[in-house]
Design a protein around this ligand. Structure first.
Ligand code: XMP
Length: 320
């Protein structure tokens, strides 16, 4: 089932019809549920599921506190205009509690996965009685998990987890044969607005993937402010993905004429087709200067701003 549909072989209308039919026949007269994160993948799954099941698909946005500022309301508003009701569930405290004291990248990912699937979303699914979960896993997620590069938050089979046994629901993954470029084409054909289907990718572990070391409320606030600046300034570049990363080490700087041990932000901006390989975008130096001054102005805790110039591999796009 995981044989790839390459972009030049993708007929979006046929793809949509086939996936909708599969969802209809799997779910029958039952109900399904899906978690919408606002990323391209989960947005496309939401529209496919909605087309197949209408109100029998319940769409939930889990507010984990790790997303961009204002993200939940922004996403719910876009989908409301498309006729899809999105329920926002506040789970900020549960995620912060689960991440407390954890510094190891894989343990952070694991804590988020467990909190999401076993605690928060598991509870929502159990209470809803839905037996099917629609999920936006794509082929790249599987490749990277199989290759042992990174534990993705959503690839169960490859991790030896039987979701029916562990979580009590069956998973449907309608995008499993596509890569990101194919998902965008399907999204456009489903009527998703361009600001959503052309959105830069955002990782499942969200801003926790961009905080080196322990995730705290204070660090989240800081990385959110830096993210807003980076996304605003780099929006028109056409780059594949751009992000702000908060380092763990403090460095000496100056604020108001006094020495300050401040935070460091690393900016990454990537040229890539499918995220498997990537190189840093050759941004004009004026843009880099604008990024630095705007971050230093809007995030007073920061005293150092750097730009990543390493390619993937050996780098990865995200920092953890
Ligand atoms: P890396 O950092 O592995 O990222 O070079 C490749 C692409 O995948 C995104 N990414 C994730 N997406 N769950 C996701 O859904 C994850 O755990 C995850 N980690 C990374 C990343 O943003 C990039 O586009």
């Amino acid at each position: 089932m995981t044989n790839e549909i390459k972009i030049h072989d993708l007929n979006a209308e046929n793809f949509i019809t086939e996936r909708v039919n599969e969802i209809v026949s799997a779910v029958g007269q039952g109900t399904a549920i899906n978690a919408l994160s606002g990323g391209v993948d989960s947005s496309v799954v939401t529209l496919l599921g909605h087309r197949a099941l209408g109100h029998r698909l319940r769409t939930v946005f889990v507010q984990n506190g790790l997303m961009r500022e204002g993200e939940a309301e922004f996403v719910a508003d876009i989908f409301s205009k498309l006729g899809v009701k999105v329920e926002i569930v506040d789970a900020r405290k549960e995620f912060l509690d689960a991440l407390k004291g954890i510094t190891d990248p894989e343990e952070k990912r694991e804590a988020i996965t467990q909190t999401f699937y076993k605690k928060v979303f598991g509870r929502i699914v159990r209470e809803s009685g839905a037996k099917f979960l629609l999920q936006g896993t794509i082929l790249t997620d599987i490749d990277e998990t199989v290759a042992g590069i990174k534990r993705q938050h959503n690839v169960f089979a490859q991790l030896g987890i039987d979701p029916e046994e562990t979580f009590g629901y069956q998973i449907l993954e309608p995008l499993i044969r596509l890569r990101k470029d194919g998902v965008r084409v399907a999204g456009k054909a489903l009527g998703l607005p361009e600001e959503m289907f052309n959105r830069i990718p955002f990782p499942g572990p969200a801003l926790a993937a961009r905080i080196i070391g322990e995730v705290t409320a204070e660090k989240l606030d800081l990385v959110k402010k830096a993210t807003s600046v980076v996304e605003r300034i780099l929006a028109g570049t056409g780059a594949f993905q751009y992000m702000a990363i908060l380092h763990n080490d403090r460095v000496t700087g100056m604020r108001e004429g006094k020495r300050k041990f401040g935070h460091q932000i690393e900016i990454r901006c990537w040229d890539s087709v499918d995220a498997r390989t990537a190189s840093p975008t050759k941004l004009p130096f004026e843009t880099l200067e604008e990024l630095a001054s705007s971050i230093l102005e809007n995030v007073p805790e920061v005293v150092s701003v750097t730009y990543n110039i390493a390619s993937k591999p050996p780098s990865t796009l995200e920092a953890i």
